[in-house]
Design a protein. Structure first.
Length: 194
């Protein structure tokens, strides 16, 4: 994946209530405490708690500089989700986009104190819309079996359940099954052009 395309895919996104900012090392300051204290969040995601603010900042600096996987095969657009009304950071949206412009892994989280307010749908939907406008035509997302709220977000965005992936993730040291959801825009574009 060319660095220019990776940077284009990671450009900022605006919605009525939110700004999706390309993730930077400086965001670590705003995220660290919530990532340490939000136990409910870790019920559904395999991401470990950051060891320290310095470690989180260093990790995110690497992501900011590359915007790609270490092997250069995938673009990694990652956004910090910020509420416009008060500047609060609510969570994150990310994707792994191949050179064929397929988002093979779309992910999102919203800190638990903001659950149930439509922010996950708004942020993830904005990312899908922006990536589609930049040429991405297929999206795949997985959620831990039992995470019905994230499944509803994906269905609301037009994703369809595809299959169960046994033992696809490890959360708190336990293998977990994932539900896979897929959204393909290629057939819609083809039909519109016919």
């Amino acid at each position: 994946m060319q660095i220019e395309m990776a940077q284009l895919l990671a450009a900022a996104i605006e919605t009525p209530r939110l700004t999706l900012e390309p993730l930077r090392a400086a965001h670590a300051e705003a995220f660290f405490e919530a990532l340490q204290q939000d136990a409910a969040l870790y019920q559904w995601i395999s991401m470990p708690k950051p060891e320290s603010l310095a470690a989180l900042r260093a990790h995110w600096r690497g992501l900011e500089e590359r915007r790609r996987s270490p092997d250069g095969l995938y673009a990694w657009p990652i956004w910090a989700v910020r509420r416009k009304s008060d500047g609060a950071y609510l969570g994150r949206v990310d994707a792994e986009v191949s050179s064929q412009l397929s988002a093979d892994n779309l992910g999102f989280y919203v800190f638990s104190k903001y659950w149930g307010q439509g922010y996950a749908s708004e942020a993830a939907g904005a990312a899908v819309h922006a990536l589609a406008a930049r040429g991405v035509s297929r999206f795949v997302a997985t959620v831990t079996v039992g995470n019905t709220a994230s499944g509803r977000v994906l269905k609301k965005l037009g994703f369809e359940f595809s299959r169960i992936l046994p033992g696809n993730d490890v959360i708190r040291g336990e293998p977990m099954d994932d539900e896979e959801y897929v959204l393909s825009l290629a057939s819609e574009r083809g039909a519109a052009g016919a």
